[in-house]
Design a protein around this ligand. Structure first.
Ligand SMILES: [Zn+2]
Length: 551
C-alpha cells in the first residue's frame, strides 16, 4: 500500500466519527380525482373475444396498469407535468432551485427521480361504482372503452369510418398522490411544490394528464391530504415505540399552523397569467342533427331477436359519460380544420391552371395546408414532441393548418371541449335509410337501418386559443373560420355526407362584438395575409412554371 492510499483510508476513518447532519425527509400526499375521462396509454393494443364488429376484432388501445391490474398514473408523467408547471407557469422560481428539485438534464430522464423531488406512481384508490353506466365498463379493470372516432393520421384512415377504442378511466376515479424528498431549502421548496399542484385546479387553464387534453380530456382535481415530515424527533419517537412498523409510519403531519403558513407562502407563486382567447359558443342547428354513437357488437346480437320497433336505432346520438348528448370535440375540430384549409387555399388566390400543377400543389400541402387523411400528403409527425413555448423551430416544419389545429407531436394551441346539448324539448326523428357501411359504423347485416336524429338542437361549448403557443396569424385564421361558422357555412356530424343533416345555421360567440377583440383579430388577419404572401413568394421562386402565372 503506498502512502497516498493510506492517507485516504485514514481520512475515511476520521470522518466516520463526525455526526452525520440529519436532514428531514418531507412528504406531500393527496388525491388526484379525474374530472373528465383520462387515458394514459401503455403503448400496447389488444383485442377482446366478445368485442367484434363486422366479424373483425376491434382494436383497443390499452391503458397503463399497475401490478394489481388497475389503472395507474406513472411517476414519470407526474414529474413531467409538475416540471413543466414550474418551468413555464409559476412566478418567483429561481433557476437553481428548479434544477435542484428536478435535476439537470431532465428532458431525457426516464424515471421519477433526478432531483431532490422523488415521485411515486399514483395508484388508483377511489373506485367507480360497479354499475357505472358506460360502454363496456369493466369493474375489475376500472375502465370503459371509449370510441376514438377520428382521423387516424398515422394510417390515413378517414374520420367517421375508423372506429378505434381506448381503455379509459372514468370521471370520479381517484389516485393516491405522493412525493417525498430531503429538501435543501424545505422552507421555500415545499410551498413551491404545493403551488405547482394547485395548477391542476386552475379553472381556466388547468394542468392536465394523459392523451387528448386539447379535447378536454385528463382534467384532474387536486385535493391536498397532508404535508408530513420525518425529522430527528420523529425518528426518536418512532424508535421508542415498541410496535413500530415500517419507517414510513414515522412521518408526522406538520401542525395546522405550519401547514397554513406553507399554504400562504404557496400563494405567492401565483400562476403566470396565461394569455388566451376564450370563445364561449352556442351552435344553432337547422334540421336533423346526428353524430353517431355506434352500437356495440354485443348490443346488436342481443337485439337481433327483438322486433324492429323495439330495437335501439342503428344510429343514435353520441353521449358523454354523464349521458348528455354531445358534439364531440374531435368532430368539431375536424370540421373547423377542414374549413380552415379551404380558407387558406382561397387566400392564395391562384388561378385554375395553377391548381393543376402537381408540383405547386405539393408545395402548398407542405407549407399551407396538408391533407391529414392521406398519409403521403400529411405533414410528418414531429419527432421530438413538444417544445416549450417561444421555440418556434419545431412547429415551423408543419403546414399552417397543422400549426393551428395540431399534428402528431404538436399540441394544437386551440383547445376544444366536447359541446353539450342545451337542455330543451327537441323533436326526435327516426328515419329509415339504406345501409351504407360507413354511416352505420358496422354491426348490422340488414340493408335497411334507422337513424334517430335530434331536430334543430342547440349545443354549447368553449374554444380556447392559447396565445403563448400560437403565431401572430393564428387568431386571424381562427376568427375567419368562426365568422363562417356564424354565417351558417359549416355542417357537422352526418352533415359532412350531404344528407341534409348537421347544418349549423348560426353561432353565437360571446366576445365577438368586443372592440378589443375585433381589433386584435383584424391585426392578426393582416399578419395572416402577409404570411400567405411570403409563402406564395417562396413557392413562386421554386415553381417558375406554376406560380408565376398567378402573379
Ligand atoms: Zn400539415
Amino acid at each position: 500500500m503506498n502512502e497516498k492510499a493510506e492517507t485516504i483510508v485514514q481520512d475515511k476513518v476520521d470522518k466516520g466519527h463526525t455526526p452525520w447532519p440529519f436532514r428531514p425527509r418531507w412528504r406531500i400526499r393527496g388525491c388526484l380525482v379525474a374530472e373528465t375521462p383520462l387515458f394514459i396509454g401503455s403503448g400496447d393494443n389488444s383485442e377482446r373475444d366478445d368485442f367484434v364488429v363486422d366479424g373483425k376484432p376491434v382494436e383497443i388501445a390499452d391503458c397503463l396498469r399497475d401490478h394489481r391490474g388497475l389503472p395507474v398514473i406513472p411517476a414519470t408523467s407526474l414529474r413531467g407535468i409538475l416540471r413543466d408547471v414550474l418551468r413555464q407557469g409559476l412566478q418567483g422560481i429561481e433557476v437553481e432551485q428548479f434544477k435542484r428539485l428536478f435535476g439537470e438534464d431532465s428532458e431525457q430522464e426516464d424515471s421519477g427521480h433526478g432531483g431532490e423531488v422523488e415521485f411515486l406512481d399514483a395508484p388508483l384508490s377511489l373506485r367507480r361504482p360497479e354499475n357505472t353506466p358506460l360502454p363496456h365498463w369493466d369493474d375489475n379493470k376500472q375502465t370503459w372503452l371509449e370510441i376514438i372516432n377520428s382521423i387516424d393520421r398515422e394510417r390515413g384512415a378517414a374520420a367517421e369510418n375508423h372506429l378505434a377504442h381506448a381503455e379509459t378511466v372514468a370521471p370520479g376515479t381517484g389516485f393516491d398522490f405522493c412525493i417525498t424528498g430531503q429538501f435543501t431549502e424545505a422552507k421555500t421548496d415545499i410551498p413551491l411544490l404545493l403551488a405547482a399542484l394547485e395548477a391542476f385546479n386552475d379553472p381556466d387553464a388547468p394542468v392536465t394528464l394523459g392523451a387528448d387534453t386539447i379535447s378536454g380530456k385528463g382534467r384532474m382535481r387536486w385535493e391536498l391530504a397532508s404535508v408530513e415530515k420525518f425529522d430527528q424527533q420523529a425518528v426518536l419517537d418512532w424508535l421508542e415505540q415498541t410496535d413500530r412498523g415500517h419507517a414510513d409510519n414515522a412521518f408526522q403531519p406538520v401542525t395546522d399552523a405550519k401547514l397554513q403558513q406553507l399554504l400562504e407562502q404557496a400563494e405567492k407563486h401565483s400562476p403566470k397569467k396565461n394569455e388566451a382567447h376564450i370563445f364561449d359558443i352556442h351552435l344553432h342547428f337547422d334540421g336533423p342533427f346526428l353524430v353517431n354513437n355506434p352500437l356495440t357488437a354485443a348490443q346488436v346480437k342481443r337485439e337481433k331477436k327483438l322486433p324492429q320497433e323495439q330495437r335501439t336505432p342503428d344510429a343514435k346520438p353520441r353521449t358523454d359519460v354523464m349521458g348528455r348528448v354531445i358534439l364531440p370535440a374531435k368532430s368539431l375540430r375536424g370540421v373547423l380544420r377542414g374549413h380552415g384549409e379551404r380558407i387558406l387555399r382561397t387566400l392564395l388566390d391562384l388561378d385554375q391552371d395553377a391548381w393543376r400543377n402537381t408540383g405547386l400543389m405539393g408545395k402548398i400541402e407542405e407549407l399551407i395546408a396538408c391533407r391529414p387523411e392521406i398519409h403521403d400528403h400529411a405533414c410528418k409527425p414531429l419527432r421530438d414532441g413538444e417544445k416549450p413555448e417561444g421555440d418556434g423551430e419545431q412547429e415551423a416544419k408543419l403546414c399552417l393548418a397543422c400549426q393551428l389545429f395540431g399534428a402528431p407531436g404538436w399540441r394544437s394551441p386551440v383547445a376544444i371541449d366536447d359541446f353539450t346539448l342545451v337542455e330543451d324539448e327537441y323533436e326526435i326523428q327516426t328515419q329509415e335509410m339504406l345501409a351504407v357501411d360507413r354511416f352505420t359504423g358496422g354491426g348490422k347485416d340488414s340493408a335497411k337501418y334507422n337513424a334517430r336524429a335530434i331536430i334543430s338542437p342547440v349545443f354549447r361549448g368553449r374554444i380556447r386559443l392559447d396565445q403563448g403557443r400560437s403565431q401572430q396569424w393564428s387568431l386571424g385564421l381562427l376568427s375567419l373560420v368562426l365568422r363562417d361558422l356564424m354565417d351558417g357555412e359549416l355542417r357537422f356530424g352526418w352533415g359532412a355526407a350531404g344528407k341534409g343533416y348537421g347544418h349549423c345555421k348560426t353561432a353565437q360567440i360571446g366576445k365577438w362584438e368586443e372592440q378589443d377583440f375585433q381589433k386584435e383579430a383584424q391585426e392578426s388577419w393582416r399578419n395572416l395575409i402577409e404570411k400567405i404572401g411570403e409563402i406564395k413568394a417562396e413557392i413562386g421562386n421554386d415553381q417558375p412554371t406554376g406560380a408565376a402565372q398567378t402573379r
